[in-house]
Structures are given as structure tokens and as C-alpha cells.
Design a protein around this ligand. Structure first.
Ligand SMILES: Cc1cc2nc3c(=O)[nH]c(=O)nc-3n(C[C@H](O)[C@H](O)[C@H](O)COP(=O)(O)O)c2cc1C
Ligand code: SF4
Length: 464
């Protein structure tokens, strides 16, 4: 299609991306226990570059071992990691695809601490236990805050030295930045708590520290939960930040030196609205045991997930917030299959209204995540100023080559992502991939696809 906005380059202050579709960050346990990377990870990222996305935002990349969500995620906590990330960047650049490293810290949302963190509580803005799983934590001292700010600045410097195209601060979805930003979580009495200005200080300090470390010509974006919905499941918690709070934070972040904002939702992960979709009890009962010793509420949840008797209660709590969402502002081209049509109505683009509000109030480009997978829908979202570009995770796990097929004129994949979230619930202990068997001809075919990233091993690859 001529003049298709999806395939017009997106220009940021320091970076140009060839089209408007970014692979959103997706974490999987590809890497070594110590945070060094593997060939499987490189193969994984290559799939999306080959499929035509303009840029890839890496997975959650910890800037410190204390800030890891779980082992087997490649980190950026020391200079020894630079060569690995350089290799990842070089591989995706072969496809004219950019690579943005997501600089991250779990704070109290530490799913599986690993042996290095044994006996240490997670560091957070607060000493209040995380309510969903019950992860224990302690409020950071001012010295620990200063150290952590420097970890982020060092992470950005390493990303730049690795030849990557930019960094994203993971300041959404309940991780450390969000624990500072959220009025529902941050209960500090010092200059990092209380007013919105104080709660935003940690994020803004990090942005300024990165600018000091790498200068003004390296791409820096941040991901934000536009609305916290902090009491969506644990209804006794405070609701947290509103869209008005987030608009103000975005304006301050732009002033401090951010080049783009990436709009998400929810102050925990997973959250009923992120990734939006189904909650599959069959999968979670098999995988949640990996987290049983991590939090004080994990056993409670395990019993809730295991006993069918409790499922209606859990479903009620999990789905409550979805029912409060306003109807979709628009829909994409007509879809014949009624089941897929309904799934798209319920799940596609649910963050777009927030994204549009933020876009109205900032001058930097806005990216939006959440359920997007139909070309006509994405085109309208960008044309009608809801966002400047979209990011996609599960919808690309299901169809790695979606962007190429949009380019060839297709509106929707033949077998779209069903938002079943089986990929997400598996990843706690299994390799990441699409586990929706209906999308494949057999279990074996599905496994062949999931395992394909392991085919070309480091040893087979030594001659490169
Ligand atoms: C398995 C899995 C892992 C994810 N890991 C991350 C992550 O490390 N960092 C992040 O910001 N978001 C993460 N997300 C959220 C996605 O980036 C994305 O914002 C969300 O899934 C909505 O997009 P989608 O509907 O296209 O999947 C993850 C999602 C999934 C399914
Ligand atoms: S398992 Fe597959 S179909 Fe289900 S949400 Fe994940 S990518 Fe989509």
C-alpha cells in the first residue's frame, strides 16, 4: 500500500527506525545463570529482525544482580557483558533493525531471587511486602538509591559501548521505578516519597545521570504504566497513579532528557490488563511451583490455582477491572472468524486512549503496547494520533513475520495470537514460545517451533 504510515520511518531525536512497529520487550530464560548471554538468545532476537520489525526492545535486562527478576536473564551489570550485547546488536542490524536495551531493576517484584540473593530482601521504595505473591522487601536507603542511579547510568554507557541503538528504562508494570512513582506503593517520608514530584525524583535522577554519562545524542526512552490500577486484583490496596499523574511525569521526563515514551498499564506483572487476555489454570499449576519459595503468598496462590473450587473466585478478581474499561474507540477491518473478531474487540489496543492523552501533552514520540496485531487497526491508531508507533510482544511471538505479511498486504495473520497467555505462564520455568496448540497441527509441531532457537548452538556456530 502506497503512503502506508506503518512503513514510514519514525524519527526520534537521535534515532530513526525504518517503520512504526517495534518488538516489545519479552523476557525468557535463554541465558546463563550468571547473566552471561547465549546463542539461543541471539537466535531468538534474530527471528523478529528477520520478520521485519523496525526495532527490537530487548527483554528485562537487570542493571544489578539484586534487581534481577529471575536467573537465566542476560544482564548488563558489568563490562564483561558488553561483547555479548554487541553480538546481539550486530546480528539484528544485519536486517536493518535497531536494538534498544531495556535497563531494568525488579525492586520487590523479584520472582525468583536466585542463590546470589539468598537471604537478602529485595530493595524497593517501600518495606511493604508485594501483595500479589508476597515478595519481601526493604526500603532503599539514600545511599542505595544513589548507587542504583549509577547502575543505570553504567548500564546505558555499556549499551552505547556495545554499539546498540538506545536504551529503555523499564519504569512500568510494577518494577522498581514504578514502585517509586506509584502513590499506591511508595510510602516514603523523604525526598523520594510523598508528592508526585518526590515520587518521580528517582526516575528523573536516572534520566539526568544517563544524560551525564552518555551525552545527549544516545536514544533514551522510558516505559510507563499510564494508570496503575494497583488495586485491580488485591482490592484492599490503594489504586495508585492516574492518567493525570502520568502525563505530568512524562512532561518532566521529556524535560529531563527522554526521547520517547512507551505506554503500558498496571502496577504489577502480570496484571489483568497486561498482558491482557486469558488466565490459564492448566499451565499455571504446572509452572507456579518454580516460585513457591519466593514469596509469602505464593503457596496461597498455588492452592487457588490448583483447586478448581477456587477458580471462579480467582476469575472474578482477575477479570473485575476489564469490565470497567470503556468500549474500544474504533475497530479494524472486518474479520470473518467470529471468535477472532470477538478476541480483537476485547483485547486489541486497550492502552490507546491513555496513549492518546499522553501524546496530547508531550512533544516526544509516543509508542503504545497492548494486543495490537491488525494492520488496519494499527494504521488508524497512528493516523488518528493515538500514538506514533506500536510495540508488539505476544502477537509477534505467535507470528514472527507479521510485519512482512503487512507489507505484502495482509491485514491479520491466518492464525492470530489468541491472547491465551500460555506463553507467559509457561515462561516461569519453560522455554519461551507460543503454546497455543490450536495454532499448530500437532503438539510436536508446536514444540518444534518453541525449540527452534536452540537448534543453532554456540558450538555449531564457532566458525562464524
Ligand atoms: C512472556 C512475556 C514476557 C514479557 N517480558 C517483558 C519485559 O521483560 N519487559 C517489559 O517491559 N514487558 C514485558 N512483557 C510485556 C510486553 O512487552 C508487552 O508490553 C505486553 O505483552 C503487551 O503486548 P502484546 O499484547 O503484544 O503481548 C512481557 C510479555 C510477555 C508475554
Ligand atoms: S501462547 Fe501464543 S496465542 Fe497464546 S498469547 Fe502467547 S503467543 Fe499468543
Amino acid at each position: 500500500m502506497e503512503n502506508d504510515i506503518i512503513f514510514e520511518p519514525l524519527r526520534f531525536r537521535n534515532l530513526t527506525v525504518k517503520n512504526r512497529i517495534f518488538r516489545s520487550s519479552i523476557s525468557g530464560r535463554w541465558d546463563n545463570y550468571d547473566g552471561s548471554g547465549t546463542q539461543a538468545r541471539i537466535n531468538w532476537e534474530e527471528k523478529f529482525a528477520r520478520g521485519g520489525v523496525g526495532a527490537i526492545i530487548s527483554s528485562f535486562v537487570p542493571v544489578a544482580i539484586r534487581g534481577r527478576i529471575m536467573p537465566n536473564y542476560a544482564t548488563i551489570n558489568c563490562d564483561e557483558r558488553i561483547p555479548f550485547w554487541r553480538k546481539v546488536g550486530e546480528r539484528v542490524h544485519e536486517y536493518d533493525c535497531k536494538f534498544i536495551l531495556q535497563l531494568s531493576h525488579s525492586g520487590r517484584q523479584q520472582d525468583i531471587g536466585g542463590v546470589e540473593n539468598l537471604g537478602k530482601k529485595a530493595l524497593s521504595s517501600t518495606s511493604q511486602t508485594e501483595p500479589f505473591h508476597g515478595f519481601l522487601c526493604q526500603a532503599m536507603t539514600l545511599t542505595e538509591i544513589k548507587e542504583t542511579i549509577q547502575y543505570f547510568a553504567d548500564g546505558a554507557r555499556r549499551a552505547r559501548e556495545a554499539g546498540l541503538d538506545g536504551v529503555e528504562l523499564h519504569s512500568a508494570n510494577g518494577y522498581l521505578f514504578n514502585q517509586f512513582l506509584s502513590s499506591g506503593i511508595n510510602d516514603r517520608q523523604d525526598e523520594y516519597g510523598g508528592s508526585l514530584e518526590n515520587r518521580a525524583r528517582f526516575l528523573l535522577d536516572v534520566i539526568r545521570a544517563i544524560r551525564k554519562e552518555v551525552g545527549n545524542d544516545f536514544h533514551l526512552q522510558f516505559k510507563i504504566s499510564a494508570v496503575d490500577y494497583n488495586n485491580a486484583v488485591t482490592f484492599w490496596e490503594k489504586p495508585g497513579n492516574t492518567i493525570e499523574d502520568s502525563i505530568q511525569v512524562c512532561q518532566w521526563a521529556e524535560e529531563a532528557g527522554a526521547d520517547a515514551v512507551h505506554v503500558s498499564t498496571g502496577s504489577l506483572f502480570p496484571h489483568p490488563l497486561n498482558p491482557i487476555g486469558d488466565f490459564n489454570f492448566d499451565v499455571i499449576t504446572r509452572t507456579y511451583d518454580a516460585m513457591l519459595s519466593s514469596g509469602v503468598e505464593t503457596t496461597r496462590n498455588y492452592i487457588l490455582f490448583r483447586k478448581a473450587f477456587f477458580h471462579p473466585l480467582f476469575n472474578f478478581l482477575w477479570n473485575r477491572v476489564k469490565k470497567q474499561l470503556p468500549p474500544q474507540a474504533f475497530s479494524g477491518d472486518d474479520v470473518k472468524d467470529p471468535k477472532i473478531k470477538q478476541l480483537l474487540i476485547e483485547n486489541q489496543g486497550r492502552n490507546l486512549l491513555d496513549s492518546r492523552e499522553i501524546k496530547k501533552h508531550v512533544n516526544i514520540p509516543v509508542l503504545c503496547t497492548g494486543g495490537l496485531q491488525q494492520a488496519s487497526y494499527i494504521r488508524q491508531a497512528i493516523n488518528d494520533q493515538y500514538c506514533d508507533g506500536v510495540t508488539m510482544a505476544r502477537t509477534l511471538i505467535a507470528n514472527n513475520d507479521l510485519v512482512k505479511s503487512f507489507q505484502a498486504g495482509k491485514d491479520l495473520a491466518d492464525k492470530p495470537c489468541t491472547y491465551c497467555n500460555k506463553c507467559l505462564l509457561n515462561v516461569i520455568e519453560n522455554p519461551l514460545g507460543c503454546y497455543e496448540q490450536d495454532r499448530f497441527n500437532s503438539y510436536e509441531e508446536m514444540m518444534e517451533e518453541v525449540m527452534s532457537v536452540f537448534h543453532e548452538t554456540q558450538f555449531a556456530n564457532l566458525s562464524r
